[in-house]
Design a binder for this molecule. Structure first.
Ligand SMILES: Cc1ncc(COP(=O)(O)O)c(C=O)c1O
Length: 462
């Protein structure tokens, strides 16, 4: 018989407390560093993302290599978080390190192009299909640039996103559907933005709702991941992408596909794997091997509309106009050099094959454990990325995730992972492979996950 929900939640709380106490015992130096950091950093660490680790405080890193991290207390981890995808090339990857050192010795940023960029531009077009590219310092910035262009050429304000999405610091996207209404995305601070004016949100996989939202022709762009990765993993239903493409085209809406996470699918991302036709393609995080960078590419049509609409900004006709897009350090020599190394030597077809093979192995192992114990959980994979979710089937949209998500069990799993030497992103239960991830690393995950399932079954909280 199942235990009542209140009892389950109390038991899970107790288990999390016990895991956090175990974590504190084995991480005394990190605990002290955290206490010290809080004296000078607004969020305790240099970035607020660093404070959210499941152990209760972050581990301070001594060294990271390949898919392994050693902390200042001497604990070793298999890293499946990989900087929440920023480290997907593997830590201290030889090709990236060599390229970075070479460029550091030649100057990093001078607001002039280097010849590496010529190769990078050509390769981005070859891989992802879009003819014209811009580099930024982050995926957030790439999305912002893409939205800006969509607004310029359409003369419209609104950005349409899917409930449960995350596209970085893009405020327009910080909304979700709750109780049938657009509201601030849960867990995001108020941002002062008038969302009624600049945002629209519909459920993923709901082509009819999308049609209705685009019909008034007041939406500048649809901003979407091809498969949602930031609210569990939500696969696209058959025909959904075709419906989005068609509706956007018919209503003059720009379609931006954000592949920041779905680059895990393969060398050309989900777009190339499934033959999508974005007007704008966005990526970031791993694209320069951990050096801050984002990219966006636009179609021939978008470029033509841009220059027709704003001839005074066309650099081919006249110089020296402000675009208000990107940052001073965007596309600098260091970024371009490391991006070249990533595209030439790290995120190669051969390495993707290896990474996806490891992900297949991890998925099969986790599914076996779940099936052999009859647990109502599922595992999803997109290329090198795997996610374990505590519901029987993959969600169709954000509403399904809200209805079925077991946040407390996820927190318990993440805390348990940390104590057993596994790192996962503190706000996903996502496991990402890099080229250095080996079978032994994957098998360690299997053993730890098995112990976790035994613990929750014994405690009656599964
Ligand atoms: C799909 C997607 N796009 C964009 C971003 C923003 O990336 P960054 O924070 O590196 O700018 C994220 C971050 O998680 C993301 O998941």
């Amino acid at each position: 018989m199942n235990a009542p929900a209140g009892t389950v939640s109390q038991t899970i709380d107790k288990l999390i407390d016990a895991e956090q106490a175990r974590f504190a015992e084995t991480h005394p130096r990190s605990a002290r560093a955290w206490a010290q950091g809080r004296r000078h950093f607004l969020y305790g660490g240099p970035s607020h993302w660093m404070r959210r680790w499941a152990g209760g405080f972050p581990v301070y890193v001594e060294e990271a290599r390949g898919c392994h991290v050693r902390d200042i207390d001497g604990n070793d981890y298999v890293d499946f978080c990989l900087g929440d995808t920023g480290g997907m090339c593997g830590h201290a990857s030889e090709a990236v390190t060599r390229a970075a050192i070479r460029q550091l010795e030649r100057g990093t940023t001078h607001m002039m192009p280097t010849e590496d960029g010529l190769w990078v531009g050509e390769e981005l077009t070859r891989r992802f299909g879009l003819p014209y590219w811009t580099l930024t310092t982050s995926a957030t910035d790439a999305n912002r640039g893409a939205i800006r262009i969509a607004r310029m050429i359409t003369g419209r304000d609104k950005v349409l996103v899917f409930s449960g999405c995350y596209h970085g610091g893009v405020e327009e996207a910080h909304v979700e559907l709750r109780d049938g209404r657009m509201q601030m995305r849960n867990m995001i601070h108020p941002n002062g933005v008038d969302h009624a004016r600049v945002s629209k949100v519909v459920e993923f996989n709901d082509a009819a709702a999308l049609e209705a939202a685009l019909a008034p022709r007041d939406v500048a762009c649809v901003l979407m991941e091809p498969l949602m990765t930031n609210f569990g993993m939500i696969p696209a239903a058959d025909g959904f992408h075709e419906a989005v493409r068609e509706a956007a085209r018919r209503t003059g809406t720009v379609l931006i596909i954000d592949e920041t996470h779905t680059l895990s699918c393969g060398p050309g991302g989900y777009t190339r794997l499934h033959g999508l036709e974005p007007d704008v393609f966005v990526a970031g995080k791993a694209i320069a091997g951990g050096i801050p960078a984002g990219i966006f590419g636009v179609s021939e049509e978008i470029a033509t509309r841009l220059w027709d609409k704003i001839p005074h900004l066309n650099p081919r006709r006249r110089q020296s106009a402000h675009f208000g897009i990107g940052g001073t350090l965007a596309g600098n020599a260091l970024t371009v050099a490391t991006m070249r190394a990533v595209l030439a030597d790290v995120l190669t077809p051969a390495n993707y094959e290896k990474m996806i093979g490891r992900a297949d192995r991890l998925l099969a192992g986790a599914r076996d454990i779940i099936a052999s114990r009859g647990l109502p959980w599922h595992v999803t994979q997109i290329g090198a990325r795997v996610e374990i979710m505590f519901s029987p089937t993959p969600p169709r949209n954000g509403a399904d995730v809200i209805a079925t998500r077991r946040g407390d069990l996820e927190t318990l799993l993440r805390t348990f992972y940390m104590n057993e030497g596994i790192l996962v992103t503190p706000f996903h239960t996502m496991l990402l492979m890099c080229p250095a991830t080996e079978d032994a690393d994957v098998d360690k995950h299997g053993a730890v996950f098995e112990r976790f399932t035994d613990m929750v079954l014994k405690s009656g909280v599964a």
